[in-house]
Design a protein. Structure first.
Length: 145
């Protein structure tokens, strides 16, 4: 029988793992975004065009998404293989939701599904999948130790 304390301990471990995964995946994806010159666009979400502001916004989003990963896929990500697999799925989901839906709507541009097969969006897909895989692997590492 599982006690409330055990359930809280598991939940806390998952959330901390999600934060660690979010930071790890966010740094890797953030470096890629920096080399592609995309951080000023992210900064536009808060009315700036500074790359550093874009990186900070990106990292905040990365941590929030890492926690989301831990709550949605944490129970299924107890091994490195499962963490990588579910991270890949999670990254692909956020590629659709982030740059194709949420970010364009927040910036008054409308949905961007027509842009999905352009080179910048395909690079964004690679970055989101990379984020997800690194976040999932980091989550699995933390929860296994």
């Amino acid at each position: 029988m599982t006690t409330v304390a055990q359930t809280q301990n598991v939940l806390t471990q998952r959330v901390v793992g999600g934060v660690i995964g979010g930071v790890a995946g966010g740094v890797v994806f953030g470096v890629l975004m920096g080399t592609m010159g995309m951080l000023p666009m992210v900064a536009g979400l808060v009315g700036s065009d500074a790359a550093l502001v874009g990186f900070l916004v990106h990292m905040i989003i990365s941590v929030i998404l890492g926690i989301g990963f831990s709550l949605i896929f944490g129970a299924q990500s107890s091994s490195y293989g499962q963490g990588a697999r579910w991270g890949l799925v999670y990254g692909a989901i956020w590629w659709v939701l982030g740059p194709l839906v949420i970010m364009p709507l927040l910036m008054g541009m409308g949905l961007q599904f027509g842009m999905a097969l352009t080179m910048p969006m395909l690079m964004s897909l690679v970055g989101h999948i990379l984020y997800g895989v690194v976040a999932g692997l980091s989550f699995a590492w933390y929860t296994q130790r």
